[in-house]
Each structure stands twice: as structure tokens, then as C-alpha cells.
Design a protein. Structure first.
Length: 239
């Protein structure tokens, strides 16, 4: 398995359909290697676990960090198989993963894809998690921003901006309810406003044929969807 290079610091592992596994972003910082989402594919888990992070300016091994976009198992299942020094995620994602671990019903539903979290031996899962409630700004040789974003697809979505590239995961996707595909009108309006504020030229969207999209094209498409809303409607159904 090889990562696809976007620039000298950013690359990604493409999504797969069988098993369903999300795109995984990789950002080479000066002191850490940052992974956006971890997928569910065993080959991806092995790739990340064996990834050579290199060393920092002090000749010490770089840290290995993960930023999790949301709780769906195609983005999180490999947390059960990979050791990270720190994991950034939304409060709802952490809550959901903890619920799964303590629920025999959910474990039966999700089977082997259920995350059973392991981390470095000296730490519990909670010890290495940093909950994203306010935007987090980090300069690791490349300026990074981790923040929540409104989304019809999932509660507690988180994005990772690496200067002109922003990893969005599934944040721009529609939601599902009783086999219906829809956007929540209020959340879509909020999401469009939030996307416009992100100072990036490109948005990276998981599960798409072309992973890297121009920001303007993504915003324009969402605006077109928003503009077909019906008066007083709370949802926009997608057919």
C-alpha cells in the first residue's frame, strides 16, 4: 500500500468499498505525523502502525497523532488496532465510542468493526484524547487548525485544516433517516457559512472519486441544494 502525495507534506490513503473504509489523510509535521481518520481496512491499520514517522530537530522520534472526523466505523474502527500518542475528536464521537464499548447490543450490531480502543501501554484511552470544543491552532512546521463544523451527516463533526488544504471527512454529506436522504436546513445554512470562513483553497472529501475539490465548487454545490428548500421546511430531501 502506498499513500498518494498531494504536496511535500500532505498525502492520503484512498478509501475502499470492500470493506468500507474512509480516506485517511497524512500530514508531516516537524514534531508529529498527523492522521485524519483511521479507516477500517486492515491494510490501512498496518500501514499506519508501521509508518516511519522519522525524527524531529532533537533527533527524537516524531509523535503519532490522530484527528477523528466523526464516530462512524468506516472512519474509526482502526482505533482498535493502532497506537497513537494523542487523539483529537469531538465530544459526541468520544461518547459514542464509549457507549459502543459498554453495550453488548451495539457490539453485536457492529461485530468486529466495533472499536475496542487500545493506546500506548502507559495510558488509558481517555488519557490520550483531547476533546475538540473550541478551535485548536497548532504550528508544527505547517499551520494546523482543528475545529467542529455543523453537518447533516453526523453530530459532532470535526475538520482538520492544513493551510490551503482542509480535510472534511463526510461533513458535507447528507444524513439518513428511515432510508431517507436529507439535509437539515438549519445545519446546512450553518455549514455553508462555516465553510466560507475556512481560509483554504481546497477541501478534501472522503469517499469521493476525486478526493481533492476546489473550495468554491463544494460551497457552490451546497448553496444550490440549500436554494431548493421549500418554505417553512426543516429538511431538504435528496433523491
Amino acid at each position: 500500500m502506498e499513500a498518494i502525495r498531494i504536496d511535500d507534506r500532505i498525502s492520503y490513503i484512498p478509501a475502499t468499498e470492500n470493506p468500507l473504509s474512509a480516506d485517511v489523510g497524512i500530514i508531516e509535521g516537524d514534531n508529529a505525523v498527523w492522521f485524519f481518520d483511521v479507516g477500517s481496512n486492515d491494510a490501512v491499520a498496518q500501514f499506519i502502525e508501521q509508518y516511519d514517522t522519522g525524527v524531529n530537530a532533537q533527533s527524537e522520534p516524531k509523535k503519532k497523532y490522530a484527528v477523528i472526523s466523526h464516530f462512524h466505523t468506516d472512519h474509526t474502527a482502526n482505533l482498535a488496532k493502532i497506537r497513537f500518542d494523542k487523539i483529537f475528536l469531538g465530544k459526541y464521537t468520544l461518547k459514542y465510542l464509549k457507549i459502543i464499548q459498554n453495550s453488548s447490543e451495539l457490539q453485536a450490531e457492529y461485530g468486529s468493526d466495533t472499536p475496542t480502543i487500545q493506546t500506548n501501554a502507559d495510558f488509558s484511552f481517555e488519557d490520550v484524547c483531547q476533546i475538540v470544543t473550541e478551535p485548536i491552532e497548532i504550528d508544527d512546521g505547517i499551520k494546523l487548525r482543528i475545529a467542529e463544523i455543523p453537518s447533516s451527516h453526523t453530530k459532532g463533526a470535526v475538520y482538520l485544516q492544513a493551510e490551503k488544504y482542509t480535510f472534511l471527512g463526510d461533513a458535507t454529506f447528507y444524513g439518513y433517516k428511515r432510508e431517507k436522504k436529507f439535509y437539515n436546513v438549519q445545519l446546512l445554512q450553518q455549514e455553508i457559512a462555516a465553510l466560507k470562513e475556512i481560509d483554504s483553497a481546497f477541501f478534501l472529501l472522503s469517499h469521493r472519486r476525486h478526493f481533492t475539490k476546489q473550495k468554491k465548487a463544494v460551497v457552490t454545490l451546497l448553496e444550490q441544494i440549500y436554494n431548493v428548500r421549500k418554505p417553512n421546511a426543516t429538511e431538504i430531501e435528496i433523491f
